[in-house]
Ligand binder design. Sequence first.
Ligand code: SF4
Length: 250
Amino acid sequence: MGGIVSRTVDVVVEQPKSPGSPVARPDCVKREDNDTAARLLPTRPTLDKLRTAAAGCQACDLWKSGTQTVFGEGKRSATVMFVGEQPGNSEDLEGRPFVGPAGGLLDKALVEAGIDWTDVYVTNVVKHFKWEPRGKRRIHKKPNAAEIHACRPWLEAEIGVIKPVAIICLGSTAAQALIGAKFKVSLQRATFVPSPLAPLLTATVHPSSILRAPTDQARQTEMRQFVEDLRKIREAISRHTTARATLLPH
Ligand code: SF4
């Protein structure tokens, strides 16, 4: 991974469709699983085709309360994929993942850990914002197992197109979805587990949990640990890519 480059310059983004706008679904194929988004997957998926198809997804009820589908963002050639739980309030309104306060903290931590944004793809397990009203505010509500299951084909398709060297789950929802219920982020953070999904798979905390720390001091401590996890991840990716280059014929 090279030097730090601004995310806003290099990340490939398409403008989100306005809520409720008709969505073309070219090359879609009917699949058996009617409880999930699988039936909407394009036959020869690219990130653009997936994003277009996902914009019209109604495979679970979350499309009714979210403003729009918030699909993943980043280059097809990204080495590392960060997977969060779901878009937050800012992401829902902007139609882009990790653009709110938690995304800002992730930006900062990546810079401190020496991970280049141009090498990163960010996405979520669930692509619509689930919330409940509290006064005038929309408060995050955890997606349930059926919603995570319904949305999984989008995430698997993103992984299939990008084929990242490393997948990093942010928080316990993503870790349980991709690693399994037995993985405890608090105990096993930044510990790699074998997986068919990617050569390197692990989890660390979601940056939103750092923002929720009760005191400034606790926040600083959490942030230091988060950056330390990202450094460990960066080193593991470097070791993996070096080993792979050594094994390839010259
Ligand atoms: S959360 Fe996922 S499965 Fe549910 S409607 Fe949105 S994109 Fe489709």
